[in-house]
Structures are given as C-alpha cells and as structure tokens.
Design a protein around this ligand. Structure first.
Ligand code: PHE
Length: 374
C-alpha cells in the first residue's frame, strides 16, 4: 500500500468552489441579458468583468492554492470568464445594432418636406465687379482711395485743368448743388461727374509716390434709358512717381485686362483729349469673345463687340503737368498716369446685360444669376 500523499493538503477556498464560480457566471450572464442599454451594459461589464468583480477576485485566489488544485480551479474560472466575455460581446453587438437601427430612424431627414425659404442677402453685381477690379490693383500694391460724391467744383474741374467754358461745366451736363459759382464767387458744390477729383485729393493728401485706385459713384444729368443712367460707377487709377512713362500705363492696362478677362487679352490706345492728361488716349480692350476674329468675317459675327474686334473701355493718359503743379507736385521730378472707366459698361459687355435700367431697379431676378456673393 502506498504511503499517503503528504504533499496534498486540500485547502477549501470558498470563492473557488464550483457552485460559487457557476453562481458568479450566471449572475454575470443574467446582468448582461438584463442590460437594456449600452450604458447599463457598461455598468454590468465593470461589475462582472472589472478588476474588482467576483470572478477577477476568484482568479486571484488561484495563486493561493496548492499546485495540485491550481489546474482544476484555473480551468473552472477560465471557462466561467470565457463564457462571461462571450455573453458580454454578444449583448454588446445586439445593443449596438439596436442603437444603429434607432439612430437611422430618429435622425433621418425627409428631404421632401416643405421648408421656409429665407433668402440670403447679397451684394449687387456692380459692387462685386468694382471689388474685383480693385483687387487687381490692390494685389499690385495700390491703395483704395475715396472722395466725396458732393464735390467742390474746384476739385472736379478747376484743379483738373477744365477751362471755365468747358461744356462739362454747363447745367445740362452737371448736377449743381450750390452754384454755379460766379466770376469771383468761391467754388460751388456739384455732384462729381467723374472719379478724377480723387486724383487731386490723393495728391494733396498723400506722400509721394502715389499709387491709388478709386471705385465710386458719379453723376451726370442723363435721362435713364437702356444705355444711360444719371448715377453710375467709375473706377479711377492714379500712379505718380519718378520716371513713369506711357509704357507703364500700357503695361498696367494690359495686366488689368489679362487679370479680368484672360491671359491672351491686350489693350490698344487711340489718341483723345482730356484736360487733365497729356497725352490722352481712349483705351480699348481686345474683344474677349471673338478675340478680333469677327472683323471682316461675316460668317462669324460677334454681338459683344459688334464685329469691331475691340471694346471701348474708358479714358487714360499721362497726368497733365498743370494738374501736378495745382497739387504742389514738381512736374520736373515726377510724372504719372491715370485712367478711368465705367463699371456699368463693363458689366454690360462682360455679362451681356442689354438694358442698364436692370442694374438700378434692384430686382433680385436680375441679381441672382450673377451669384449671391456676400
Ligand atoms: N474722368 C474721365 C471720364 O470720366 C476718364 C479719365 C480718367 C480719363 C483718367 C483720363 C484719365 O471720362
């Protein structure tokens, strides 16, 4: 008969009894099954699988068992924990699927429901056009300058070398607010007929060199019709520095039309007269639609330029030395160039607007196709 196995000394550990392990497992399974939300399941998970859960504590007790009992107890606890984790994963999957299905229903949007349209405001295409043109020059270092719309006659005419008998100074062309000034009266007040008085203000106010661009509203006593409006917009540019020549003016104009109408654009100058520039020119840009190909080509007529190949933009020239002198600038040392053109006209040919009245009526049906840029 073999001797009793002295090394086997069963230790009764309460928590490792098979019934206890089963109870712990069953309680965990029941808790998971009863969890009706992911939050509740999380709580049950902490309680039944966390470091302080009965099964985790039982697992720790295994270490205290004699070697012979460890394997059996380890297997029992391991199986129970495996079953618990499996049940947890299963329930987690069920509850997540339930939540996903519910969210799909709860957060669905019925795109066919009627809704209240709240129209967003937007700036007028004339404003966006002026800003677009200004941006071309601002990116070259020009500053935006402004002046009053009710302007002294002196700024609008005298300083710009308009003689007292110039036709623009007559009542039929200009809105007079105060005046017209008599022979020895002080300068009257008019609504500015162009943005050029801002040239004078800029030269008087600023340090040289001056590089400014002035978008603004101007007034002339025209009847409102398809091609005239008594209130319209111009953009004026003035550069005064040492050594500026007509080549700088031409290069600046070419850069502007390339920026606004495309890389293959160019301008041309035709002789003209303005009292405040000498020499003066009319500036045309290549027709950006036909690029000149409609000229003498009846098979390919162009509506935009009336098959002339060029579109008239506005006036330009080298600042008249008399204007520089009137503004206290030494014409021996400084020279400059200027140009000005109408924004309404540019909007008309750029976007095929046929009637200028559409621009002043403020009907959103006109504005909307330009894009509601805010
Ligand atoms: N002020 C001129 C006009 O209204 C345009 C112009 C501006 C011409 C600058 C020359 C230089 O027609």
């Amino acid at each position: 008969m073999s001797a009793p196995n002295k090394s086997y000394d069963p230790v009764e550990v309460e928590t490792l009894k098979p019934e206890e392990i089963e109870r712990m497992r069953d309680e965990a399974l029941a808790a998971f099954a009863a969890a009706d939300s992911l939050d509740a399941l999380h709580e049950a998970k902490v309680a039944h699988t966390g470091p302080a859960s009965p099964l985790a504590l039982a697992n720790r007790e295994i270490g205290a068992l004699p070697p012979q009992a460890k394997a059996e107890a380890g297997k029992r606890v391991g199986q129970a924990r495996g079953a618990v984790n499996k049940a947890l994963g299963g329930r987690q999957g069920e509850l997540e699927a339930e939540r996903d299905a519910r969210v799909l229903v709860e957060e669905s949007v019925d795109v066919t429901l009627p809704y209240d349209r709240v129209p967003a405001g937007a700036r007028h295409p004339l404003t966006t056009m002026m800003e677009r043109v200004s941006d071309v020059f601002v990116s070259m270092g020009y500053e935006i300058a402004e002046g009053p719309e009710a302007e002294a006659e002196w700024f609008n005419f005298d300083a710009l070398n308009f003689t007292p008998d110039h036709p623009a100074r007559q009542m039929q062309d200009t809105f007079f607010v105060q005046g017209p000034a008599g022979d020895d009266a002080e300068s009257g007040v008019i609504l500015r007929t162009h943005t050029s008085p801002v040239q004078v203000r800029a030269l008087l106010d600023r340090e040289l060199p001056v590089y400014i661009v002035c978008p603004g509203r101007v007034y002339r006593t025209d009847e409102l019709d398809a091609t005239h409006t008594p209130v319209f917009h111009q953009i004026e540019l003035l550069a005064v520095d040492e050594g500026l020549t007509m080549a700088d003016l031409k290069g600046t104009l070419d850069h502007m039309v390339r920026s606004l109408f495309g890389a293959d654009m160019k301008t041309r100058l035709r002789p003209n007269y303005f009292p405040f520039t000498e020499p003066s020119a009319e500036m045309d840009m290549l027709c950006y639609v036909c690029k000149g190909e409609s000229v003498g080509n009846p098979d390919r007529p162009c509506r935009t330029c009336s098959s002339e190949g060029w579109i008239e933009l506005g006036g330009c020239g080298m600042v008249n030395p008399r204007v520089l002198t009137a503004c206290g600038v030494d014409p021996e040392k400084y020279s400059g160039f200027a140009f000005g053109f109408g924004i309404e006209r540019m909007l008309m040919f750029r976007h095929n607007v046929e009637d200028m009245r559409d621009m002043v009526e403020g009907d959103v049906r006109f504005t909307r196709p330009f894009g509601m840029e805010i």
